[in-house]
Every structure is written in C-alpha cells, then in structure tokens.
Design a protein around this ligand. Structure first.
Ligand SMILES: Nc1ncnc2c1ncn2[C@@H]1O[C@H](COP(=O)(O)OP(=O)(O)O)[C@@H](O)[C@H]1O
Ligand SMILES: [Mg+2]
Length: 365
C-alpha cells in the first residue's frame, strides 16, 4: 500500500470552487474519511485522486510518484462506489476475475487472487451466483472484492454503504473496518454521515464548501472542533451553539444575553473569551456536559423547555436560551415538560468558546 498526498489541490467550475486549495497527507495504511454535507466537494476530491477529472491546480502524489498527469488506470487505485456496478450476467467469480482478465494475467494467478479475495470477504460460497441472487450486503462485499483483487496501492470509496438499509449499514461498517485492519490498506472513504466517519476512520477530513476545515483523529475533532461548523457537524445530537456577548467585570469575563442574566467564566474561559475579535462569542456545549436544574441555581442560566424526546436509556430535552436551542441529555427518571422554566449549568471545563465574528475556536494560549 502507499501514502497519498494532496498538495494544494483545486477544482473550479467557472467561479465555483468545488475543491478549494486542499492539502492533506494520508499515511500508508491509514483509513481517512472525507466527511461533510452534500455538495462540500468530497466526491470531486476523490475523483481528482482517482484521475477521473482534470485538476485545476495542485498535485497528487501516490507512494513515491507524482500522479497528477497519469491516467486513472496508471494510478494503481481501486474504487468502490455507492452503486456497485456489478455485471448482472456474470457470476460473482467472473465479476471478480474480469478486471484481472483485462490485465491479461495468467489463468491460475487469476484463480488464486479471486479465491484469496473471496476468502477475506467471506463470499466463497457465493462465487457461482449471479448478482441478482445476492442481498445488498453481499453485493457490496463483491464490489469490495473486485477492488481487492486488483491489489491496488490505495482504495477509494465513495459512500459505499449509502444504498443499504440502516441495519446492514452498521454491519458493513464493521466489515469494512475489519477489511482495513486485516489488509493494512490505505483507504480514502467519502461519506456525508459523520457517524460513519467517526466510527471507522483513523483520521477524518471535515470539508465545507470546498474548503478543508479540520483534519485530525475523530477524537481530536470531537474534543477540539476548530470552528462552529465542525462543532455542529460532528457529534449526534449536535453540539449546541449559543451566541452571547462577553463583558469584562474586573479580572473576570461574564457572558450575557438580552435577557440580562450573567454567567461568570472561569479563569481559563475568561482568557479565551477576551481573545474574541469583538464582544460577540458563541458558547458551545455537548448535551452530556450540561446539567438541567428545575429551580434557580447559581452559575446556571435560565431556559425554557421546548421538546422532550425519550429514547429509552436517555431523554433528550431541547430548551431555548434566548433564541438558541440547547440540547441536554437527562436520566429518563427526571420528568420535565414542554414550556417548563429550567436552569442550565454548563461545565466550564468542557464548554467551548468560539469567536462570534470569525467562528473560530478561541484558545487560552
Ligand atoms: N461538472 C460540474 N459542473 C459544475 N459544478 C459541479 C460539477 N460537479 C460538481 N459540481 C459542484 O461542485 C460542488 C461539489 O460537488 P461534489 O464533490 O459532488 O460534492 P459532495 O460529493 O461533497 O456532495 C457542488 O457544489 C457541485 O454542485
Ligand atoms: Mg458525493
């Protein structure tokens, strides 16, 4: 397998930048997810790596070769798409063997590669069937097998699980992860589903509007989102974001809103808040870091319950703080009702503060 380097790559269609100066390195054997909302440039990025689109600017390096000017077939990559594009009239065996026959490999070598791939993917008993005799998950495994027999230096996958039902998607998620572990494969995996990215990838590249927003391990992206976009995109339910104003009271900063309450900040959060370019900051908090009180509590801010959603183990409460909706998770034994007045206490150690103007995370350093 091989390392893949995207060097300042650009793809524009007239004035629209589908991919806007993206640089990142996928290490040999790494599983990287390109994740972001529909239209953010994921597929375009993947197709540029594959060589399926001419690039406006930048370079792509696979292993020790600059492949920018090479045809897809000379890049040593294998692609797996959302629709598996299996040959309907060929058996699974022939579907797997076909790309190798095209490369004119000897028959016994083809047979050996097909059987090895079938074994890895646990489809040996299916080799004589045709695609229509297979379930969606089995078809997806054959599509993976067809990529695998080619012995590529990199696997490129574009939403390969999107056509499967929810249960099968979760199962195939595990199988692709296993596939990656067993083969030590370099994989670039496109998905709009942040949960897929978080659960499968070694690193995730979060994109928005053609720009790379953050490239790091799922844990680091989750714990330290660089801006409000990443904060609200990664994690489910999403991190709550409350636009507020910061006011200095002596050495301490306090957050306020138009309702007139004041939330004093810790020393660390004071340092962060005072770094904002204006007096506008955005308080970010994940549901599990917020305590809901049913009576007025020092250090907690007033809110009004909007909806209550029991899910079994956890009840999610959406409450308004001013105009912003805040999601809090509660033990199901706690009873709250819509329109009830409550007080929310944000964990100062785990809250996030973002610049209200630039949307970037504020740091104390
Ligand atoms: N051939 C094209 N001509 C013009 N715009 C395109 C073309 N292909 C993609 N785009 C635009 O580029 C952006 C990125 O598209 P795409 O990479 O397919 O997004 P994603 O895979 O993240 O959903 C979108 O705004 C899309 O409309
Ligand atoms: Mg796409």
């Amino acid at each position: 397998m091989a390392q893949v380097v995207l060097q300042d790559i650009v793809k524009s269609y007239g004035s629209l930048y589908a991919v806007n100066h993206v640089s990142l390195t996928v290490d040999d054997g790494e599983f990287v997810a390109l994740v972001g909302p529909s239209g953010c440039g994921k597929t375009t990025t993947l197709n540029l790596v594959a060589g399926l689109l001419p690039m406006t600017d930048g370079d792509i390096v696979i292993g020790d070769r600059i492949v920018t000017d090479l045809d897809p077939k000379d890049r040593d990559i294998a692609m797996v798409f959302q629709n598996y594009a299996l040959y309907p009239n060929k058996t699974v065996y022939k579907n797997l063997a076909f790309p190798l026959q095209m490369r004119k490999l000897p028959k016994d070598e083809i047979d050996q590669k097909v059987r090895a791939a079938a074994k890895v993917l646990d489809i040996v008993p299916l080799l004589e069937r045709r695609p229509r005799e297979l379930s969606g998950g089995q078809q997806q495994r054959v599509a993976l097998g067809r990529a695998l027999v080619r012995d590529p230096r990199v696997f490129l996958m574009d939403e390969p699980l999107s056509n499967l039902d929810a249960k099968l998607r979760v199962q195939m998620r595990t199988e692709i992860k296993r596939f990656h572990q067993d083969l030590n494969a370099t994989i670039i995996y496109v998905t709009h589903d942040q949960l897929e990215a978080v659960t499968m990838a070694d690193k995730m590249a979060v994109m928005n509007k053609g720009f790379l927003q953050q490239y790091d391990t799922p844990k680091n992206v989750f714990d330290n989102p660089v801006n409000t976009f990443v904060a609200s995109f990664i994690g489910s339910p999403a991190m709550s974001l409350v636009p507020l104003e910061v006011v200095q009271r002596g050495d301490q900063a306090v957050l306020t809103n138009e309702a007139g309450w004041e939330l004093p900040l810790s020393a660390m959060n004071t340092r962060k808040a005072l770094k904002a370019t204006t007096n506008k900051v955005v308080l970010g908090a994940r549901h599990s870091t917020i305590k809901l009180h049913k009576s007025e509590t020092v250090g907690a801010v007033p809110a009004r319950v909007y909806t209550v959603e029991p899910t079994g183990d956890i009840t999610f409460v959406q409450a308004f703080v001013g105009e912003a909706v805040v999601i809090v998770s509660l033990d199901p034994t706690v009873i709250v009702r819509p329109d009830e007045d409550v007080w929310l206490e944000f964990d100062q150690e785990r809250m996030h503060l973002f610049d209200g103007e630039t949307t970037m995370a504020l740091s104390a350093a």
